[in-house]
Design a protein around this ligand. Structure first.
Ligand code: FNR
Length: 345
């Protein structure tokens, strides 16, 4: 299998794994408010997350990377859909293009088709400041994502094993780079302890990327002879990771939480914002729509999500999407149990 074929194989594994397990967003019920006071046709979903001006709280989260015509086509279509609907887009890890310049095209196409859009660069936590700058320049990016994916590396037979310098590297990049630096997980979520430590080294943006959707433990296990299945449900479910991060940061106006991981629709996105995130990312579910039904279907899906957000604004009398934060909600089941044990009120 060529490198490019391996990437496509990876995408199919990422979309194809079992997903009908417990989704913690179903444990979050927002309290309905009957007395509407807003005009639906006047609603705007634009927002500001720190220094980032967004025309929607939704963005396409990091996915395809590596070279090859197929990945370039996927990124082109994602970027075209993002442009048409005015949403932001993160690219997949640029580490391979930094090492193999012939792969740069896969990423450059994103900026080419969407010159004015919000685009996030993406590197691994092994990147140094020079590589991070290279990734940003490749896209004229508006923000940089640094992904942390320890469990994925552990399950990959050829994965990284030595993480002793990772925190220091993140700290250096955060200090040197002028645009927002978002530290993101890849589907295992961040604890309040992690968020606290990141804040201490100067991080001001996190994407909790919690458990509930694309699961890299399951994806990478499919490539192993003897599977490490015991880690298939490892991680912090997204709503709980947002609650943990929000609890840590409750009085810090300069700290910005993005929610992602297992978001299935606009209402899950609204729940993420009610719990404390300022924006939300979707990866696997948007890619599936693109690959199964095409770019126009993806545009329609994003418009549908925007409509769901606006309906929730009406139902909660939220003038802006920032007003979702702190609206009353009720937790059930496992989500309630976790919160009770981890978060002192
Ligand atoms: C990813 N994800 C990812 N994240 C990252 O930071 N760098 C990357 O290169 C990739 N690559 C990648 C490929 C594919 C095919 C998928 C589906 C996902 C992880 C992604 O950004 C996100 O954190 C998780 O997928 C969880 O979100 P969803 O998919 O449940 O919405």
């Amino acid at each position: 299998m060529t490198r490019s074929e391996r990437k496509i194989d990876h995408i199919h594994h990422a979309l194809g794994h079992e997903r009908n397990f417990y989704n913690h967003f179903d444990d979050v019920n927002i309290v309905h408010q009957s007395l509407a006071r807003l005009d639906f046709n006047q609603l705007s979903i634009d927002t500001k997350v720190g220094e980032l001006n967004l025309s929607s709280p939704l963005f396409v989260n990091a996915m395809t990377g590596g070279g090859g015509e197929k990945t370039e086509q996927i990124n082109r279509d994602l970027a075209l859909a993002a442009k048409e609907t005015g949403i932001g887009m993160a690219v997949g890890s640029q580490m391979s293009a930094i090492k193999n310049p012939e792969e740069r095209r896969t990423y450059e196409v994103v900026r080419e088709v969407n010159p004015e859009g919000i685009v996030f660069a993406n590197v691994g936590s092994e990147a140094d400041a020079k590589q991070a700058n290279e990734a940003i320049d490749m896209l004229k990016a508006n923000a940089l994502q640094i992904h942390i994916n320890t469990l994925q590396e552990m399950i990959m037979p050829e994965g990284d094993r030595d993480f002793t310098d990772r925190l220091k590297k993140i700290e250096t990049i955060v200090k040197e780079i002028e645009i927002p630096v978002i530290i993101k997980e890849v589907g295992f979520g961040m604890s309040k302890e992690t968020v606290e430590q990141l804040y201490t080294i100067g991080v001001r943006y996190v994407d909790v990327a919690g458990l509930g959707g694309t699961n890299f433990s399951r994806v990478e296990n499919r490539r192993r002879d003897k599977q490490l299945e015991s880690f298939n449900n490892w991680g912090i479910p997204t709503p709980l990771s947002i609650i943990e991060a929000t609890h840590t940061a409750h009085d810090r106006g300069d700290f910005h939480i993005i929610g992602s991981g297992g978001i299935r629709n606009g209402l899950d996105g609204v729940k993420a914002m009610v719990l404390g995130s300022e924006a939300f990312g979707m990866a696997g579910n948007l890619l599936r729509v693109l690959l199964e039904d095409g770019k126009e279907a993806l545009v329609a899906e994003i418009c549908h999500i925007h409509q769901e957000i606006k309906i929730a604004m009406m139902l909660l009398n939220a003038n802006t999407v920032r007003d979702f934060k702190g609206k009353p909600y009720v937790l059930y089941g496992r989500t309630k149990e976790w919160k009770e044990q981890r978060i002192s009120s």
